[in-house]
Write a protein that binds this ligand. Structure first.
Ligand code: GTB
Length: 218
């Protein structure tokens, strides 16, 4: 059964791979699972048919037979649990890899998103100049802690896992800001992720959608 995911018909990131379908594409590529993509417009995302798949009217969604999932973290975990390659066999190591997925989504991504959203929608507000340093500090706090834990390791806990995939997906949102470059090991960590053939295939597939040359992940 070929899963079908949803992605932006026209991503606001202009093909930079920052929308959350990218992490799902990357996971599918890592495990060698072909997939199809259904592109949706912002308008279609709010239609009842899409709200049946995603109660918050967003992308990505994931359909596989009669199973429908939303939330990129849950989708990547589902893929990782059903295919080899993204979670270790050892039960404790597996649990720790899942911890890193949650850490990426619940602890590292929120301050990064908050900073980005403020830059996007609060620039004209009276409080923007005063608030921005606070948001920057929160991002730096998390990156400093993550950098200390990663140290000189290639990956967060032993071999590459879905925890790394999710963490690097989150960190990539900072790439254009230059902040990552302040943490030599985090910049190298993200570069290791981007160098993975599966990442490149996923990136090219989403870029091709923006360029108008394809609409499918296959
Ligand atoms: N928690 C959910 C998940 O992890 O799946 C969040 C899903 C989500 O935020 N989806 C966004 C969406 O559908 C797209 S990824 N937004 C439309 C809406 O809410 O109406 C977020 C995103 C959007 C754009 C950029 N960008 O342009 O750089 C980056 C990330």
């Amino acid at each position: 059964m070929i899963p079908i995911i949803t992605a932006f018909e026209r991503s606001p990131d202009r093909g930079r791979g920052l929308a959350r379908d990218m992490r799902v594409r990357w996971a599918l590529e890592e495990v060698g699972q072909p997939y199809d993509v259904r592109l949706v417009s912002f308008e279609e995302m709010k239609h009842p048919a899409h709200l049946m798949l995603h109660p918050f009217g967003q992308i990505p969604t994931y359909q596989e037979g009669d199973l429908t999932l939303f939330e990129s973290g849950a989708i990547v975990l589902h893929i990782a649990e059903r295919h080899a390659g993204l979670l270790p066999d050892d039960a404790n190591a597996r649990a720790r890899a899942i911890v890193w997925m949650f850490a990426a989504l619940n602890t590292v991504e929120p301050p990064i998103v908050e900073r980005g959203m403020a830059m996007l929608v609060e620039r004209d507000k009276a409080w923007y100049e005063a608030r921005q340093p606070l948001l920057e500090d929160r991002v730096h706090g998390r990156l400093g802690e993550l950098s200390s834990r990663l140290g000189d390791g290639d990956w967060l806990d032993g071999a590459f896992s879905a925890g790394d995939l999710m963490m690097m997906s989150v960190l990539l949102r900072l790439k254009s800001s230059g902040i990552l470059d302040e943490y030599r090991n985090l910049a190298a960590y993200v570069a290791r992720g981007e160098a993975r053939p599966a990442y490149k295939r996923a990136f090219d597939a989403q870029l091709a959608v923006y360029a108008g040359t394809t609409s499918t992940g296959r």
